[in-house]
Design a protein around this ligand. Structure first.
Ligand SMILES: Cc1ncc(C[n+]2csc(CCOP(=O)(O)OP(=O)(O)O)c2C)c(N)n1
Ligand SMILES: [Mg+2]
Length: 348
């Protein structure tokens, strides 16, 4: 119970620190938070075993921390330190960590399920009882590749659990605008797989349902769709003030905060006391303060490294020109203006 609470708090506190360093100008890309959704990510990540693989979306930091990802690696990544998992070449969370079974997010939504199907199929073909786990937002789940991925995973009976994170919004589009189903779990019938709906803000409910779905997949009984009913408490990313969201809706979900609710439960049923939880929060705070200071001191990578390790094959690093370089045939244009060059080519 305490580990779960610690992970929930760690997720929120780490994202809060990332927001501070973002506002200080240390984050070179976007920052996507999971405020209000921490229980879904943590409950799922905590239910996996060593050797399982997980493919997160941008709002599943808690699942990665539950899998053992070092918070310092997260700070390094967002602040593009040379020491980061992608050597400063990625500005959010597109990292893959094979030792922890983490398959990095793939930006075109829906696609990563298709890639994960390949991982799951390899487990099956090698007769390994490992499970793959992935998340899709309500928006992502409407893409063609998502439907393809679900259909294939179901048809091949792959050991996969797909969490549908129904957080009500996909950027500025409400989920009611992109689906005619009232209950999101009803989509599972079309693929012939079971679905379970849980309160995604209740970490114990999420954990129980995830553990059951994982056990099913491990036993060779195939895919489960887990619908997590939750809410995106902030805009899509830091640039989005979510002015399109009705205040009453936000308030209703503020009253069902996953971390506060879990803390109340722990105290009410005697697992913890206010002071033991305070102790957890202060330990996490101290750990993160030190981590931010240390990581910022690590610095950016040397400029010469920008062209190294872009491709898996070092020979390609040397041979392939930068996409931002001059466009062949339009050398007179300033380098880096590829979009304008394309418009020029098309006669616009
Ligand atoms: C195929 C595709 N279309 C559009 C985008 C741009 N985009 C990135 S995140 C996002 C919203 C995703 O919403 P949802 O899947 O509900 O996840 P959430 O942000 O709510 O966690 C969009 C439209 C994309 N990355 N890929
Ligand atoms: Mg969404």
């Amino acid at each position: 119970m305490r580990t779960l609470y610690r992970l929930l708090w760690l997720t929120r506190a780490l994202e809060e620190r990332l927001e501070v360093v973002f506002k200080q100008g240390h984050v070179v890309g976007g920052l996507y938070r999971s405020l209000g959704q921490e229980a879904t990510a943590v409950g799922c990540g905590f239910a996996l075993a060593d050797g399982d693989w997980i493919a997160p979306s941008i709002r599943d930091l808690g699942a990665l921390l539950a899998r053992g990802l070092d918070p310092r690696d997260v700070i390094r990544q967002y602040t593009a330190r040379g020491t980061s998992l992608c050597s400063g070449k990625d500005n959010t969370n597109h990292f893959t960590v094979p030792e922890l079974g983490i398959l990095g997010p793939i930006s075109p939504l829906g696609t990563q399920l298709c890639v994960l199907n390949g991982v799951a199929l390899s487990f099956r073909m090698r007769d390994q009882a490992q499970v793959c786990f992935t998340f899709q937002g309500d928006g992502a789940s409407r893409t063609g590749t998502s439907h393809e991925g679900l259909a294939l995973a179901a048809a091949l009976n792959l050991p996969i659990v797909v969490v549908l994170e129904h957080n009500r919004w996909a950027f500025g589009t409400p989920s009611t605008h992109v689906a005619a189903v009232e209950k999101w779990e009803d989509v599972a019938g079309a693929y012939g797989v079971p679905a379970v709906t849980v309160d995604g803000n209740d970490v114990l409910q999420v954990y129980d349902a995830a553990a059951e779905a994982i056990a099913r997949a491990r036993a060779g009984d195939g895919m489960t769709i887990l619908v997590a009913e939750t809410y995106r408490m902030l805009g899509h990313a830091q640039h989005d003030a979510q002015k399109y969201v009705p205040e009453e809706e936000l308030q209703a979900w503020r009253d069902h905060d996953p971390i506060r609710d879990f803390a109340d439960y722990l105290v009410e049923f005697g697992f913890e006391s206010d002071s033991s939880l305070e102790q957890v929060r202060s330990e996490v705070g101290a750990e993160l303060d030190a981590a931010v200071d240390d990581v910022l001191a690590e610095g950016y990578p040397p400029a010469q490294e920008a062209r190294t390790r872009v491709y898996d094959d070092p020979a390609l690093d040397a041979a392939v020109p930068w996409t931002r370089g001059p466009v062949p045939g339009y050398e007179g244009l300033r380098p880096g203006i590829t979009r304008r060059a394309n418009a020029y080519r098309e006669g616009a």
